[in-house]
Design a protein around this ligand. Structure first.
Ligand code: NAD
Ligand code: LMR
Length: 332
């Protein structure tokens, strides 16, 4: 009875496990990058029936890595079974857009996936479940899932804008000849779509305001559109949507949620609005957030200039339209 008790495995459910992001994500989860190197992982994978065999192949490869943290893998084509006991749920499974589509075009195609998954999370996930939606349109899919999980606190439903945040860090670091780690207080506001607002009005680079290091024309004409349209640029270049960078951002999002943000900085995540910054309550919108003790908090009291206000409002209007569209489609 002496010594450290082995930590109980965390149950991690991943949907779309046989897809591109799934392939880049699962190995990193089980390596310990997401929950830390002391937490064993029990994977529960959800796929559509025709992709179960491919998921089994990925599971064989996961076994072949002999990861010390891997406590078991189960594969399902039934959402109720897959979310049973989930402590972390990564909702990746959805169709990606192809060249020429906007993410909003996926609303009806993918919205239908998130109602039954929300219900399954409500029915069987662990009391402390943390949900990250990656599948697009991610914010509104998270909204749909949350609406169908009335017993789960709404703040447990989040959508991923960490990839946009990381893209913004990389662009600003390159422009200023600095390191991504030198940058603080960048924010992605709104929807994970071309209307998102990458905001560097509060950002600093080695303590110096970013706005004093870059000219306004670069911010308007290059920085904002490059970050907001990066998903489309990757599709154009690779012929398919971002996968490893998306998986990396999902790892970052959950890691920050569980372990907390670093002192003196914040990050970006799409969380259920409490009405802060005029974003209608209940919408899943990206904010500047800190995490501590497994909970996100929206950074309060930031001054929002008129140009920022207009851009935030434009993205939030799109979220309102998406919300109204999924209500009209009967998905909520
Ligand atoms: P993919 O087509 O390679 O894989 C998707 C997988 O999901 C497939 O294996 C498919 O069988 C599975 N799937 C479909 N419906 C399912 C369901 N109901 N339950 C379980 N699994 C299901 O696509 P991908 O490249 O892995 O991308 C997945 C999603 O992530 C897309 O919607 C894409 O647009 C989105 N994405 C989001 C971000 C972001 O930053 N939020 C970044 C990149 C991609
Ligand atoms: C991305 O931002 O790379 C993803 O959302 C994929 C896409 O459709 O843009």
């Amino acid at each position: 009875t002496s010594g450290d008790a082995a930590q109980a495995p965390a149950v991690v459910t991943v949907t779309g496990a046989a897809g591109q992001i799934g392939y880049a994500l699962l190995f990193r989860i089980v390596s310990g990058a997401m929950l830390g190197h002391g937490t064993p992982i029990r994977l529960r994978l959800l796929e559509v029936p025709q992709a179960v065999k491919a998921a089994e192949g990925t599971a064989m490869e996961l076994d072949d890595c002999a990861f010390p943290l891997l406590a078991g893998i189960d594969i399902f084509d039934d959402a109720r079974a897959a979310f049973e006991g989930a402590n972390v749920a990564l909702l990746v499974g959805a169709r990606p857009r192809s060249a020429g589509m906007e993410r909003g075009d996926l609303l009806s195609a993918n919205g239908g996936i998130f109602k039954p998954q929300g219900e399954a999370i409500n029915a069987g996930a662990a009391d402390d479940v943390k949900v990250l939606v990656v599948g697009n349109p991610a914010n509104t899919n998270a909204y749909i899932a949350a609406q169908h999980a009335p017993d789960v606190p709404r703040e447990r439903f989040t959508a991923m804008t960490r990839l946009d945040h990381n893209r913004a860090l990389a662009q600003l670091a390159a422009r200023t000849g600095s390191h991504v780690d030198d940058i603080r207080h960048l924010t992605i506001w709104g929807n994970h779509s071309a209307t998102q607002y990458p905001d560097l009005t509060h950002a600093t680079v080695r303590g110096v305001p970013a706005t004093s290091l870059v000219d306004p024309a670069w911010v308007q004409d290059t920085f904002i559109p490059t970050v907001a349209r990066r998903g489309a640029a990757i599709i154009e270049a690779r012929g398919s949507s971002s996968a490893a960078s998306a998986a990396n951002a999902a790892i970052d999002h959950v890691h920050t949620w569980v372990k907390g943000t670093r002192d003196g900085d914040w990050t970006s995540a799409a969380i259920v609005s409490d009405g802060s910054y005029g974003v209608p309550e209940g919408l899943v919108s990206s904010f500047p957030v800190t995490a501590s003790g497994g909970e996100w908090s929206i950074v309060q009291g930031l001054e929002i200039d008129a140009a920022s206000r207009a851009r935030i409002d434009a993205s939030v209007s799109e979220l309102v339209e998406e919300r109204d569209a999924v209500h009209a489609l009967g998905l909520v």
